[in-house]
Write a protein that binds this ligand. Sequence first.
Ligand SMILES: [Zn+2]
Length: 198
Amino acid sequence: MKDFNRFSSEIMCLSLPPITSIIDMDSHIASDSPLNDHWDVQQMMVMTAMKRHSTDTRVEAKRASNWWTNGLLSAMKDQSLVVLKDDLITIIEDKYPKSRHHLLVIPNKNSGMDSVDDLTASDVQLIDHMTLKGKQISQQFDGSVEFRFGFHRIPSLKPLHLHVISQDFDSKYLKTKKHYNSFTTKFFIDSKSNVHLF
Ligand SMILES: [Zn+2]
């Protein structure tokens, strides 16, 4: 479930090489080095590698949490990703598409609107507009490809976004069963006017 996938590549960065490989990489210390006792050299390298690991991990974790908070907001401003913008919505290409065609429709006024749970009856027009624009944009692609238009029940990215996704799931970013399930099970809700009731 969830579209954790969006920052899955960030998480991938967290998987670190084994310390031994770092030692191997760095192990050509000059023979006249004062650190010529093999054990001390190895200990020092383990310490250095561990220090490096923890710094990298913290940086990556921070980056991942920034993406959760600001990722889509900054993507909305990234002209290389924006496909269409009008008074109400912005449509961007998903940075880590899970199918050949994968776009996101995001309301321009999205503060406090993080998931379908935040929608009320007063948002019906907005949802209809998001769905209509999503459907229109999907028509620019090969007509033989089927699309779905919907929301993740429990999204992992803010703010609220409607997925426009072709049903081929042909993408190098579709890496896990979880990714696939997040678009093919009850965790994906097809968009409709009264989606706030589901
Ligand atoms: Zn999503």
